[in-house]
Design a protein around this ligand. Structure first.
Ligand SMILES: [Zn+2]
Length: 410
């Protein structure tokens, strides 16, 4: 069903968007910093719960801190849509919240159309998708599906040294109960996540397309390299006496970029680095370097990391530094449900595109038929304040989501 979005739909979108616009702004980095259990996250959760209540949807927080709102009685075969509230540090406005706002507005659209779903429809807000606070992406969905150990998660620390368990306790959430939730998982009959596109593949597929359908997520992992040398005086330490871990850290940055030239389709990024103690007139005693790598499959990704690490190790040895490599996460490529993807692409007349970004839909794909709807992002910029989507494209996304949910819930 294709129609011109009504001005009422536009007004609903603008109202929801302006509600969220002031929450979690990062005045230092620009954009937004919203992380699980922080003030912005809690305000957004409250907002969602109130919005669900206004629509007569029963909402609940599951054992892993994800919020669910139900249209109809919770039960098996549920048609589920949603996304996440949290952002990367200094992230854009759309990554995550667009999927949640669209989920609410798709319900409104279905009601305007007089749709009576034959199956339960659920909206979900997943906790900590970006891993911006505790370093583990898709935390809420991974806990639910049991692919991470609850005890490991309880002990994760944020950059201020606060553990997940303590952060949860501070906002009145009991981390003792986190872990696999097979009953809830079994209720999901299908999952669709609407998301802003995070690149320009949609434009490449069809410059006129406002929306696209996700086919797969490439493999993705995060590694931390700890380089340890000898802290010393920047002014008095002769070159021959230095064991400066910043030297192999620099080699890591260059090795990551150079490896990409040898592997078409691979990306490796060092976007975070922390020298200890971090003084201008101090040779660092150690440096932590975090690396994000995405490539075809898990094996290819790990092999690419080995290549980069070999170059770093060589430089570390020459500098008299040690290197410890810790894998924080590695997820294999995920194919979205082919039948669901094909059906959505045909009925919505939208191109099918892969993505290099991780999503909760990728975690759920192993357990329930899952797919994604992407909304055009004119510049392709994401995980940065410049991320953008035009309101008319967002409205098209909401209509498409309503179409897809209606078809699935029949
Ligand atoms: Zn996202």
């Amino acid at each position: 069903m294709k129609s011109v979005p009504s001005s009422a739909a536009a007004a609903r979108f603008n109202s929801a968007w302006s509600d969220l616009a002031g929450l979690g702004r990062d005045h230092r980095r620009g954009g937004y910093s919203r992380h699980v259990f922080d003030d912005a996250d809690m305000q957004m959760r409250e907002w969602f719960t109130a919005q669900a209540q206004r629509r007569g949807l029963e909402s609940e927080v599951d054992r892993n801190g994800n919020i669910w709102a139900w249209w109809g009685r919770p039960g098996p075969g549920a048609v589920v849509t949603g996304s996440h509230f949290d952002s990367v540090p200094g992230g854009g406005a759309f990554d995550g919240p667009l999927g949640i706002v669209s989920a609410l507005l798709a319900i409104d659209e279905m009601r305007v159309r007089g749709v009576q779903p034959g199956k339960p429809v659920a909206l979900v807000c997943f906790a900590e998708e970006e891993g911006g606070r505790f370093g583990l992406p898709c935390l809420g969905s991974r806990l639910m599906t049991g692919v991470v150990e609850p005890e490991h998660v309880r002990r994760l620390h944020d950059p201020d040294g606060i553990s997940y368990a303590d952060a949860a306790r501070r906002v009145g959430f009991d981390a003792a109960a986190i872990g696999p939730d097979p009953e809830r998982l079994a209720m999901i009959g299908a999952f669709i996540e609407l998301h802003v596109e995070q690149g320009r593949l949609l434009h490449a597929a069809d410059p006129n397309a406002a929306i696209g359908i996700g086919s797969q997520i490439v493999a993705h992992g995060r590694w931390r390299m700890t380089l340890t040398g000898e802290g010393n005086h920047a002014g008095t330490t002769r070159p021959v006496d230095r064991h400066d871990p910043m030297i192999p850290a620099a080699a890591a940055v260059l090795a990551a970029r150079r490896a990409l030239g040898r592997h078409d389709g691979a990306v490796a990024t060092i976007g975070r680095l922390q020298p200890i103690p971090g003084g201008t007139n101090v040779i660092a005693s150690s440096v932590d370097v975090w690396m994000d790598v995405r490539f075809e499959g898990a094996a290819q990704t790990a092999a690419l990391v080995d290549e980069i690490v070999a170059a770093v190790r060589e430089e570390a040895e020459m500098e008299g530094c040690s290197l410890v490599v810790h894998r924080e996460s590695l997820s294999d490529a995920v194919m979205f449900d082919p039948a669901l993807t094909m059906e959505m692409a045909a009925s919505l007349d939208a191109p099918v595109i892969p993505t290099g970004a991780g999503h909760d839909a990728g975690v759920l794909a192993d357990h329930a038929p899952s797919s994604m709807l992407f909304v055009r992002n004119p510049t392709g910029v994401s995980h940065a304040p410049g991320e953008h989507a035009e309101t008319s494209d967002c409205l098209r996304g909401i209509e498409a989501l309503a179409d897809a949910l209606t078809g699935l819930a029949r």
